[in-house]
Design a protein around this ligand. Structure first.
Ligand SMILES: [Zn+2]
Length: 399
């Protein structure tokens, strides 16, 4: 029994590595047994990355490895090698992109390499660091393909992915029965299915790619059952196939513990992105991060916080989770007893005045004492989280 890994077969607007794997599996010689399929998310800041930043792998069993390798050689030449160097016209996408550089690896024996996998989800990995496979094909895609094969699967979740009929790929309109989504969305073994406030579905990608939907679940059965329910609905468009992948999504595998820091200042940029300054690092809370950004904006010099996040470069952390572990004491002008607005100083020894009703009173401060208690963890809203981010409400293992 061995594992085949594949990565970097898609461009920003075309293809999908999960579908490339499905196609390869569909072409396999008849007496090769297909086991588990994996979808492994990688370091989000990788310089050469695919759109979803995911690699895939499949477990294959055969009595005739020579035949399998001959098949893989010819499949590579015919279907995957031609994808090298594909790139979209730069006008279509704002994001900087690298030409496609697919890679495929075959490991004859099942093996794990926690150290290499951890590197591939938490930092930039170079091609020369990739452990040798039994056989490998192609270029930079080997980095992710190998990580997908060597993933130790310490924590995992599941995703059922369904692929659209080819003539529909150019369209971004997707027909998935809304009633059927509503029927499965709140099952407790599914997650990131729809936004809890807006009820907007989060299961379909927005761009042009073969994926109709991806349903995330904490068990294989739940993923399969919910996906089948959507596919059985009349209002859902026809699909080529559906497969349930075991994935490293929602595992926090990319995070190494947390950082405890003392706030030295807070800077708010355009659109609300907030930088928390500390002696060691600059911590970024992005505009889209909702509660994380708001908590960051409430901080003052002397407050203590605990954060988890990734460092795209030395001295910078992009915050994914944060909590306050201590507030410094602070003093404020009193509130107007009539309007409940904060009063403003009129100058030294001039007293304070309400900006609304203009009521005046003598100089005064209200002091909030230091508070050493820890607040709750906060995280970005569902649609702004990384694929790898584990929801904070899962403090207890979901399985
Ligand atoms: Zn007032």
């Amino acid at each position: 029994m061995g594992w085949l890994g594949l990565d970097d077969t898609d461009t920003l607007t075309q293809g999908c590595t999960t579908f490339s794997l499905h196609e390869l599996i569909s072409h396999l010689p008849p007496h090769i047994t297909v086991g588990q399929v994996r979808l492994v998310r990688l370091w989000p800041f990788a310089q050469q990355r695919t759109r979803g930043n995911a690699a895939v792998a499949v477990e294959l069993t055969t009595d005739d490895e020579v035949e399998l390798l001959q098949f893989l050689d010819s499949y590579w030449e015919e279907h995957l090698a031609p994808l090298v160097g594909q790139k979209e016209p730069s006008t279509q996408q704002k994001r900087q992109q690298s030409p496609t550089d697919p890679g495929m690896v075959w490991f004859s024996n099942a093996c794990q390499d926690p150290e290499y996998y951890h590197a591939a989800v938490s930092r930039q990995v170079k091609l020369k660091e990739v452990p040798s496979a039994t056989k490998s094909w192609g270029g930079l895609g080997q980095i992710g393909a190998t990580a997908a094969v060597l993933w130790p699967q310490t924590r995992h979740t599941w995703e059922a992915i369904a692929w659209r009929e080819e003539h529909r790929w150019p369209s971004t309109e997707r027909d998935v029965c809304q009633e059927a989504i509503a029927e499965v969305a709140d099952a407790e073994d599914l997650f990131l299915t729809r936004d809890p406030t807006s009820k907007r579905s989060l299961i379909s990608p927005r761009g042009t790619c073969p994926v109709l939907f991806g349903l995330r679940a904490t068990s294989q059965e739940a993923a399969h059952r919910a996906a089948q329910h959507l596919l059985d609905a009349k209002a859902t468009e026809e699909v080529i196939a559906m497969r349930v992948f075991i994935t490293n999504q929602a595992t926090d595998d990319h995070l190494d513990g947390s950082l405890q820091v003392l706030v030295s200042g807070v800077k708010i940029l355009g659109r609300g992105t907030t930088i928390i300054e500390t002696e060691q690092t600059k911590l970024f809370a992005f505009a889209e991060s909702g509660p994380v950004k708001l908590l960051a904006q409430s901080l003052k010099k002397g407050d203590r916080i605990e954060v988890k996040g990734l460092a795209p470069e030395s001295g910078v952390v992009h915050i994914e989770k944060m909590r306050v572990t201590g507030r410094a004491s602070s003093k404020h002008r009193p509130m107007c007893t009539t309007c409940n607005k904060r009063m403003k100083s009129m100058g030294q020894a001039q007293g304070v005045r309400c900006p609304v009703c203009k009521k005046r009173q003598d100089d005064a401060w209200t002091v909030t004492p230091a508070d050493q208690s820890s607040g709750p963890w906060v995280q970005p809203p569902m649609d702004s989280r990384r694929h790898l981010a584990r929801p904070i409400e899962w403090e207890i293992e979901p399985q």
